[in-house]
Design a binder for this molecule. Structure first.
Ligand code: NAP
Length: 408
């Protein structure tokens, strides 16, 4: 450690052994960037890596593992695993393949796990990390939405610490004064509005995957970029916030803020509003999570208050962005609804990215799936991982049927 620099009380934090699930993605790569910057500043021993995981990004995994030296690498795709094994020959890094290998990575003895796999594929490994009672930085919002009760119960049993990484939830986590939670009037999550904020419905009907993933402020993976374009992302985030912070659904709100500089607004009964700000750069919430409960210096972009153009806020347009209304409906219904919503949305987004479904077909597919499964009949929230996976599978089947109706 450089003795001329302050250590911010970080010594015990820097010794944490870390596993990054989904290290080749947008959040995973940003996490490794923060680790790289931390090692450059505090020494090569900072944040030793236990395991890295990915699906099939072979070249990126080999490059990351050669540079940052985890003990273990898991690729969920077994063919990719054998290529990575070749690429890491002679390094002493253990490589394994298949979904069980990713699960093993999550179960290895790291003090902190970054859960950054996209979608329900992250369910089992993220839950395994929570069940170990470790610190889990949660980026993978789909697993919280699909299995909220399961995660809550597992964290309560194991005493795992869940630190939200989504910028809005990380902002709420930083600001929320739990002693005064009864005095909260409203928690507003901000949404950029995505690339189609000002588009007409006619124009949105012809939107291409390339246009949908071209987010104005954030550079993210394809799935969350499409979710941002439909505003489903913000809907999933409302549900995620309800689960993580235990707030009543009616106290949660969405405000469109195109500059993405304010990430949440917490309004109290006395009229005070606390806002959290930072530049739109995931390395800020990631550094907060990695450094918690201290502050870790991060390489993230900074806000420049001498050069700020404006802060604007507007209401979301639920007619053009019905996914947000559907998610809000599922937030109020709770029970099985969020699991079905999440699964249907994952199928619809995949179909849209594969050009088999139009952009407006995403919301219609989700709505048809929700209606088709007669939510009242499906009932209670799944209580075990097996229940979640069964319901998720049923919803995916219905969603694929709904996509066929769209295509007909
Ligand atoms: N990107 C953001 O700025 C951001 C912000 C807030 C929250 N989040 C959330 O963070 C999560 C990750 O988002 P992202 O944008 O980083 O996604 P991404 O760029 O698509 O990366 C996904 C990661 O998961 C791995 N993966 C994909 N499918 C898998 C499977 N079936 N089994 C095992 N690993 C698999 C990918 O490996 P390969 O590279 O090998 O495919 C990659 O490492 C999402 O839940 C998203 O909602 C993202």
């Amino acid at each position: 450690m450089n003795s001329e620099q302050p250590d911010f009380g970080l010594a015990p934090v820097l010794a944490r052994r870390i596993t990054v699930l989904g290290c080749t993605g947008s959040v995973g790569s940003a996490t490794l960037d923060v680790i790289r910057a931390t090692r450059a500043r505090f020494g090569a021993d900072a944040f030793p890596l236990e395991a890295l995981t990915a699906r099939n990004s072979v070249a990126k995994m080999v490059e990351q593992a050669r540079e940052l030296r985890p003990r273990f690498v898991a690729m969920s795709d077994t063919a990719a695993a054998s290529l990575v094994r070749d690429g890491l020959a002679g390094t002493g890094i253990e490589v394994s393949g298949g979904a069980e290998a990713v699960l093993e990575a999550a179960m290895r003895p790291a003090e902190m796990v970054m859960a950054a796999i996209v979608g329900a594929a992250g369910l089992a490994p993220t839950l395994a990390a929570v069940e170990r009672g470790t610190i889990v930085a949660i980026a993978n919002k789909e697993c919280i939405v699909a299995a909220g009760d399961v995660f809550r119960a597992a964290a309560a049993r194991s005493r795992a610490v869940l630190i939200p990484v989504d910028s809005e939830h990380n902002a709420v986590f930083q600001l929320l004064d739990f002693r005064q939670s009864q005095a909260i009037e409203k928690v507003s999550l901000t949404a950029s509005g995505g690339p189609f904020r000002t588009w007409s419905l006619e124009r949105m009907a012809a939107a291409t995957p390339e246009e949908a993933v071209a987010h104005p402020n954030w550079s993210m993976g394809a799935k969350i970029s499409v979710d941002s374009a439909t505003l489903m992302n913000k809907g999933l985030e409302l549900i995620e916030a309800q689960i993580l912070f235990g707030l009543p659904p009616d106290s949660l709100d969405v405000v469109v803020h195109p500059q993405s500089l304010v990430h949440c607004l917490i309004a109290y009964v006395d009229g005070s509003v606390h806002a959290h700000m930072s530049a739109p750069d995931m390395r800020t919430p990631i550094a907060h999570a990695l450094g918690w409960p201290h502050r870790l210096p991060s390489p993230a972009r900074r806000m420049d208050f001498t050069n700020l153009i404006q802060f604007t806020f507007e209401k979301p347009d639920l007619d053009r962005f019905p996914c947000l209304a559907l998610a809000r409906q599922c937030l109020r219904m709770a029970g099985a609804a969020p699991t079905i919503l999440n699964a249907a949305n994952e199928v619809a987004v995949e179909q849209f990215l594969g050009r088999r479904l139009g952009f407006l077909g995403i919301a219609r597919t989700v709505e048809r799936t929700l209606n088709g499964l007669a939510l009242e009949a499906v009932g209670a929230a799944p209580a075990t991982l097996e229940d979640v996976l069964a319901l998720d599978g049923m919803a995916r089947f219905k969603a694929r049927e709904a996509c066929l109706v769209e295509a007909a």
